[in-house]
Design a protein around this ligand. Structure first.
Ligand code: KIV
Ligand code: ZN
Length: 504
């Protein structure tokens, strides 16, 4: 069976999504999880775009062993040299060279004629091919370009050494039949096409990124570019989990395979959401909170009798943790450790101690601790940075009077400091009290809260975004008390800000 190469661009196109800044440790954490997920190629970033991105790509290249690590470059010598510098120590480095190919972009943005673009594609792919035989070429905005011109560009790029040729639907304009047709037409109109893998890169402006990618697979594509949770420019990119699960669920239609370890999908989705601060919509296919929940009585009845009556995918196949009762107040250290191992967590002694304390705390407040709760709790523990501020104590009064908060923080110098403030509401009061201690100017730009499981004692998860000097930082916190979760999220965002040395 033909294998479809899964090229993940969460760390490049996904990071481009408005408002996201990931530091190199966060990018590495995602990259390591992508490797566990089994993606074939990780597009780690665009090294020329900033020193921070260069460093992140370099770090990822030095740590990833299984997947190929790819760096993006425009079709010029400086970009390509910088990309190569960043990935040259990777196990299997790839340079991805792109250039605009539609009349509108060539004329109004690039200010170059088609002949000049063709020449640049040829010479710059050849330049990249001097460094490595693993070169990808993308004629940007291919779906709005003249098809004859795309054939010439692709043929020239392959002749110059490209081993992957990617057809981007940059602005999400194509329809599935049309896009599948464009991909299959390459095999008839490009003489040397057999020497390269045909790839596709679809954006979701009309909600068709996944459908277009699947149509391209039918048309002969051998690589699909996608992102976790479909994040990316504007409406995003094709979602990895949807493409992979469509191929796997409809084997009767797609005679192809991917190397994705599907049981890692849910974990990867949660990690990306947590680090980027982009919530996954509840009804999102495969990884949304409601993707495997059944509301109607008839459906619930069917699923109890036989899951396949209303479930086309077994939730365990994509690693969705069960929301049935697993542990409680009386569960001991050993049982907790075993449960963590079953969920795929392998914590060191110190981390385990913190996680167990947090679990005991939670079991005191909440009778039924589910896998989802444990997963949320571990995510919380992981976000507590060494040497940063920790929330020790929090007390809030609110209601009809004046909302007031008192906080006690464990500070990086080891001292405990406390302060109090009034606010327009309880969260405002908490944030003001924290500000009186941490003293880092910033503004809160986003705040969302959702519950992890059902019931009045459910854990509430808060995701926030703060901005300082034009850079935004995300924070996450979870607790059965949403004011405490909000305080944790704020501490998390502040710690990220401080870790970047951006403290005004
Ligand atoms: O959408 C696009 O065209 C891109 C290219 C750089 C491949 O992201
Ligand atoms: Zn793109």
């Amino acid at each position: 069976m033909k294998n479809i190469i899964i090229f993940d661009t969460t760390l490049r196109d996904g990071e481009q999504a408005a408002g996201t800044t990931l530091n190199r440790e966060e990018k590495l954490e995602i990259a390591l999880q992508l490797e566990k997920l089994g993606v074939d190629v990780i597009e780690a970033g665009f090294p020329i775009s900033s020193p921070g991105d260069y460093e992140a790509v370099k770090l990822i290249g030095s740590r990833i062993r299984e997947s190929s690590v790819c760096a993006l470059a425009r079709a010029n010598v400086k970009d390509i040299d910088r990309a190569w510098e960043a990935i040259k120590d990777a196990n299997n480095p790839r340079i991805h060279v792109f250039i605009s190919a539609s009349s509108i972009q060539m004329a109004h943005q690039l200010h170059k004629s088609p002949e000049e673009v063709l020449e640049l594609a040829r010479t710059m792919v050849a330049h990249a091919a001097r460094y490595t035989s693993n070169v990808e070429f993308s004629p940007m905005d291919a779906t709005r370009a003249d098809h004859g011109f795309i054939y010439s560009l692709v043929e020239a790029a392959i002749a110059a050494g490209a081993t992957t040729v990617n057809i981007p639907d940059t602005v999400g304009y194509a329809m599935p039949d049309e896009f599948g047709g464009l991909v299959s037409s390459l095999f008839e109109n490009v003489a040397n096409i057999q020497k390269a893998v045909v790839s596709v890169h679809c954006h979701n402006d009309l909600g068709l990124a996944v459908a277009n990618s699947l149509a391209a697979v039918k048309g002969g594509a051998g690589q699909v570019e996608c992102t976790i949770n479909g994040i990316g420019e504007r409406a995003g990119n094709a979602s990895l989990e949807e493409v992979v699960m469509a191929i796997s669920t409809r084997q009767d239609l797609y005679d192809v395979n991917t190397g994705i370890h599907t049981e890692q999908i849910y974990r990867t989705s949660r990690l990306v959401s947590e680090i980027t601060g982009f919530q996954v919509q509840p009804n999102k296919a495969i990884v949304g909170m409601n993707a495997f929940r059944h509301q109607s009585g008839i459906h619930q009845d069917g699923v109890i009798k036989m899951p396949k009556t209303y479930e086309i995918i077994d939730p365990q196949k994509v690693g969705v943790p069960s929301s049935s009762l697993v542990m409680g107040k009386l569960s001991g250290r050993h049982a907790f450790k075993e449960r963590l191992a079953e969920l795929g967590y392998n914590l060191g002694e110190e981390d385990f101690k913190h996680a167990f304390d947090a679990f005991k705390d939670l079991a005191d407040k909440k009778k039924q601790v589910t896998d989802r709760d444990i997963e949320s709790l571990i995510a919380d523990e992981k976000r507590i940075y060494a040497g940063a501020y920790h929330l020790e104590k929090l007390q809030v009064t609110c209601g009809d009077g004046i909302p007031t908060a008192a906080v006690m923080l464990n500070c990086p110098d080891g001292e405990l400091r406390g302060d109090a403030a009034l606010g327009s509401g309880p969260i405002d009061a908490v944030y003001k009290a924290i500000n009186r201690i941490v003293k880092v100017p910033n503004s809160l730009t986003e705040f969302t809260v959702k519950s992890i499981t059902e019931g009045l004692d459910a854990i509430g998860e808060v995701l926030i975004r703060i901005e300082s000097q034009g850079i935004s930082y995300t924070g996450r916190g979870a607790d059965t008390d949403i004011i405490t979760a909000s305080a944790k999220a704020y501490m998390n965002a502040l710690n990220r800000l401080l870790a970047e040395g951006n403290n005004g």
